[in-house]
Design a protein around this ligand. Structure first.
Ligand code: NDP
Length: 248
C-alpha cells in the first residue's frame, strides 16, 4: 500500500452516498480533499465530520458538474496548493425515472446525460491537463453494472454508464505511455439516496429497490476506490465490477 497522505483528491458528488463515503475513506489515509456537489450544506456537514475525526484539509466547491461554464471557471480558479490535483474521483451521477423509452420523459434523459456523461467530461477536461503537465495523476470513474448490462426501464441511465465505461477505455488509450492511471469502479446495487433521487423523493418506491437483498454499502465501494488509489505506481486497477453477493 502506497501512502496518499496530503495528496490532493477531488471527489465529485461528495455530499452523499458513495462520494461522501469516499471522502471519509480518503481522509482516513490523510489525503487533502476537494469536495464538490451542488448542496453546499450537505458538503459542509461531510467536511465537518471529516475534519473532526481525521484533521485533514478540505476545500469545498459548490458546483453543478453539468454546468460547463461553472465547472471550467471553478476548477481553473482553484487556489494554491489545491490546483495540483493528484487524484480525481468522478462520482457525481444520478438516475431519473424507470420508463420505457417510448414513454420516457425527455427532461429526465437530459439530466442523466448532462450529469453522468457531460459532467464527467467537463471535470476531467478541466483537471487532466494539469496532471499531464505534472506527469502524474489518477482518475477513478464510478461506472455501474448498468454500463455492462441494461435492465428493464434502465435504457438511458444504462446508456450513460456504458458511455462512462467507453470513456474510461478511451482515456486509457489517450494516456498510454504516461504514468497517469485510469480506473473504473463499477458498483452493483448500493443503498444510498440514488433511488430516492431516481423516483424524485418517493421514499416508499425507493425502499422497495433494496427489499429482500443485502445491498452494498457506500463504505464497501469507498474502500475499493481507496484500494485502487493506494496501489504502487506500476499497478493500475483498470476495471472492477463490484456486485452485492446476492445480485446476479
Ligand atoms: P447519491 O444520490 O447518494 O449521490 C449522488 C451524488 O451525486 C450526490 O452527492 C449529488 O450531490 C451528486 N450529484 C448529482 N448530480 C450532480 C450535479 N449535477 N453536479 C454535482 N453533483 C451532482 O447516489 P450514489 O452515491 O449511489 O451515486 C454515486 C454514483 O454511483 C453515481 O454516479 C451513480 O450513478 C453511481 N452508482 C450508484 C449505484 C447505486 O446502486 N447506488 C450503483 C452503481 C453506480 P448534490 O445533489 O448535492 O449535487
Amino acid at each position: 500500500m502506497v501512502s496518499i497522505k496530503e495528496q490532493i483528491v477531488v471527489i465529485t458528488g461528495a455530499s452523499s452516498g458513495i462520494g461522501a463515503a469516499c471522502a471519509k475513506q480518503f481522509a482516513q489515509e490523510g489525503a487533502s480533499l476537494i469536495l464538490a456537489a451542488r448542496r453546499k450544506e450537505k458538503l459542509e456537514a461531510v467536511a465537518a465530520e471529516i475534519k473532526a475525526t481525521y484533521k485533514v484539509k478540505t476545500h469545498l466547491l459548490e458546483m453543478d458538474v453539468s454546468d460547463r461554464a461553472t465547472v471550467e471557471t471553478t476548477l481553473a480558479s482553484l487556489p494554491e496548493p489545491w490546483n495540483k490535483v493528484d487524484i480525481l474521483v468522478n462520482n457525481a451521477g444520478l438516475s431519473r425515472g424507470m420508463d420505457k423509452l417510448q414513454e420516457g420523459d425527455i427532461q429526465n434523459w437530459e439530466e442523466m446525460i448532462d450529469t453522468n456523461v457531460k459532467g464527467l467530461l467537463y471535470v476531467t477536461r478541466s483537471l487532466l491537463p494539469g496532471m499531464v503537465a505534472r506527469n502524474q495523476g489518477h482518475i477513478i470513474n464510478i461506472g455501474s453494472i448498468a454500463g455492462h448490462q441494461a435492465y428493464p426501464g434502465g435504457n438511458v441511465y444504462c446508456a450513460t454508464k456504458a458511455a462512462v465505461r467507453a470513456l474510461s477505455e478511451g482515456l486509457k488509450m489517450d494516456l498510454f505511455a504516461t504514468p497517469i492511471r485510469v480506473s473504473s469502479v463499477d458498483p452493483g446495487t448500493v443503498e444510498t439516496d440514488f433511488s430516492k433521487v431516481r423516483f424524485r423523493g418517493d421514499i416508499e418506491r425507493a425502499k422497495k429497490v433494496y427489499e429482500g437483498m443485502n445491498a452494498l454499502t457506500p463504505q464497501d465501494i469507498a474502500e475499493i476506490v481507496v484500494f485502487c488509489a493506494t496501489r504502487p505506481s506500476n499497478v493500475n486497477i483498470s476495471e472492477l465490477l463490484v456486485l452485492a453477493t446476492d445480485q446476479s
